[in-house]
Ligand binder design. Structure first.
Ligand code: CP
Length: 336
């Protein structure tokens, strides 16, 4: 696929070669993200980071990624601080904002809203999450993480057993990740959720069409002996009320005792974060924080690499990185 000048709206736009290319460019970003070198290939370029729904990791790592490549970041946080509240359309907003920037990252609570916005934009738009629809950059960083974690055991992504657990109905990260996994060979997906929060049929169909084995269940016992266990949060913001979300909280809490009883010795634990650490949910207990297979913070860190790669590819500078490289002049414990 042609990346330069393209919007990144859905994982459906990628084939396996495109994903491999993104992950390869992401690996080339490690020296810059780990402060062994700095790179100013995007010096003078402007990112507009439009976040109309709460975010910590996606928003900050988009900004960090752009700045690590030398660019400037302008932020808009919350619909209440934009003229969308005055009835301005997403398309008009895009026409205006894209005149102020070289690239835009956007999160919005409504499904397909980022694509609607992109239709009015003259610069590439990257989807940072659109309602319960998709979160393509999260899926790419998840795939990067699965690849990196499984390389410790000499395995790639093909032939893995992967368990997705939690709110699979509303969790856009598991929708996007499942679609990306459909590009690989012979993956066994075990989908653990309450019956009411099962993976949407259209996503299961994609996995079926890829020839993957898919197991759908609402019990943990006997179903967590996977290579990767990807836990997700009950997406309270997608329910009609907190009381409705509360019905499902705490059903699939993953803690040390559950891990030791039901998982393999080396099952890699992933979670897109934020994890809900309130006692009634405690979906991923801190008593697993010392487990070497808990990849959640490495996963969040990998988001910077993947987003740097997407910026470089969309702005056509992925082959110019070393030309714009220089030494780091400050003390950094990251470079150790
Ligand atoms: N994983 C993720 O999207 O986190 P944020 O909501 O904090 O961006």
């Amino acid at each position: 696929m042609k990346f330069q000048g393209s919007h990144i709206l859905s994982v459906s736009q990628f084939d396996r070669d495109a994903v491999t290319r993104i992950l390869d460019v992401a690996k080339r970003m490690i020296p810059y993200a780990s402060r062994q070198k700095q790179c100013h290939v995007l010096q003078g370029a402007i990112l507009n980071n439009l976040f109309f729904e709460p975010s910590t990791r996606t928003r900050v790592s988009f900004g960090t990624a752009f700045q690590l490549l030398g660019g400037f970041v302008h932020e808009t946080v919350g619909q209440e601080s934009s003229s969308l509240t005055k009835g301005e359309s997403l398309v008009d907003t895009a026409r205006v904002i894209s005149g102020y920037a070289d690239i835009i990252a956007m999160r919005h609570p409504t499904m397909h809203s980022v694509a609607e916005f992109a239709s009015g934009s003259s610069v590439p738009v990257i989807n940072g999450g659109d309602g319960a629809n998709e979160h393509p950059t999260q899926a790419l960083l998840d795939l990067f993480t699965i690849d990196a974690e499984m390389s410790r055991f000499g395995q790639g992504i093909d032939n893995l057993n992967i368990c997705l657990m939690g709110d699979l109905k509303h969790g856009r990260t598991v929708h996007s990740l499942s679609k990306l996994l459909s590009l690989y060979d012979n993956v066994h997906l075990t989908l653990v959720s309450p019956k009411e929060l099962q993976m949407p049929d259209h996503v299961v169909s994609i996995l079926d069409d890829a020839g993957h084995k898919v197991t759908i269940t609402d019990t943990m016992a006997g179903n967590l002996k996977s290579d990767v266990l990807y836990q997700t949060r009950i997406q309270e913001e997608r329910f009609s009320s907190k009381a409705e979300a509360d019905l499902y909280r705490g059903h699939f809490s993953l803690n040390k005792a559950v891990y030791e009883q039901h998982c393999k010795d080396n099952t890699v634990i992933m979670h897109p974060l934020p994890r809900d650490s309130r006692p009634e949910a405690n979906e991923l207990s801190v008593d697993l924080d010392d487990n070497v297979n808990l990849a959640i913070f490495r996963q969040a860190q990998n988001g910077v690499l993947v987003r740097m790669a997407l910026f470089a590819l969309a702005l056509g500078v992925e082959d110019k990185l070393s030309q714009y490289e220089r030494d780091v002049t400050w003390y950094s414990n990251k470079a150790k």
